[in-house]
Write a protein that binds this ligand. Sequence first.
Ligand code: TRP
Ligand code: SF4
Length: 400
Amino acid sequence: MYPVRVLSGMRPTGAMHIGHLHGALINWVRLQTEYPCFFFVADYHALTTAYEDPDIIGKSVWEMLVDWLAAGLDPNQSTIFIQSRVPEHAELSLLLGMSTPLGWLERVPTYKEQLERLSQKDLLTYGFLGYPVMQAADILVYRASMVPVGEDQVPHIEMTREIARRFNHLFGREPGFEQRAREAMRRLGSKRAKLYEELRTRYQEQGDDTALEQGRALLSSAQSLSLGDRERLFGFLEGSRKLILVEPHARLTKSPRLPGLDGQKMSKSYNNAIAMREDPAEVTRKIRTMQTDPARVRRNDPGNPELCPVWQLHQVYTDEATHAWVQHGCRTAAIGCLDCKQPVIDALLREQGPIRERAQQYLDDPTLLRNIVADGCDKARKAAQETMRDVREAMGLQYT
Ligand code: TRP
Ligand code: SF4
């Protein structure tokens, strides 16, 4: 089996806010210590909706990257790059398009929804319909097995799995596959080969899933196999195909939804966000004027934290003891809203200090950032090219 690889991306939206930080980036920073990670800026995806004003993309890309590094993404641990600088994304997207049924794309739940929501733009384009194919290419070109994303992206990951499965089914036959698989089997050693054969039969004739699991475990632990033979035997176990593309899994980020200043979802376009590197005086001002439980008109009116977005921030930013203090103080009007907000302000400023500091070196020296990203693009490209060699061969494009 191919090794575990994590991949995720974001469309360039410029400077990140604390919703991005707690919703995604902190999780990415943790993952990079556990797995090989690839994180990229999806600038092609930005063009699917912003094709009429492409000038904003460049600035947003670099601002966003500064914030990724400021959040703690480490170029020594993660491969950080830009989608359009690895043209293999575009190539695989085109090739996957050959075998992706139109109906699959029209049925993506977000498709019609977005068409309606963004009805001021003309999104009846080939590119916008193909958004999920492009996303599938992003993931499959690295044979990524784990994709950390939010709930809203799950349909896209599901579609990626279907696209990969269909691709392997259509193009995963190589001439003499069965014979090559049998040769690879012999290289397992006779005892293992016999067990493999039994498990394969049990899975294929009786659909026995534990046999499939055991077969996979057997292959994973077989040291004597080359990568190609191993893949062949994985494919042979399940059917008679070679697995060229890897079906990824969504890894849902268990993260709190941060409310915006008005209690709606935090978003730059709603103008209710706190930036990751907000000016400290602005942090204070924004929180002090933030929406609270509307029932607390006067200082003496008791309130209910469940109806207050500030309470949601407490859950992310303050400790148990403070939570108890808020619950009691709010419901009995023992504390005022400004008292209640102060620990949140303090925690935000504490969080943002080191972030601002880390960002500063990239703002002072933009070539530092450019070099990190150029390096990441090179590394990503090497990995993508390995997959593309197999894809081109499977699709009959390696002719002479
Ligand atoms: N569609 C994703 C979003 O809007 C961005 C994205 C593009 C992505 N390609 C990806 C995320 C590949 C994960 C993997 O957030
Ligand atoms: Fe919200 Fe705190 Fe005011 Fe209660 S006291 S309404 S939780 S800000």
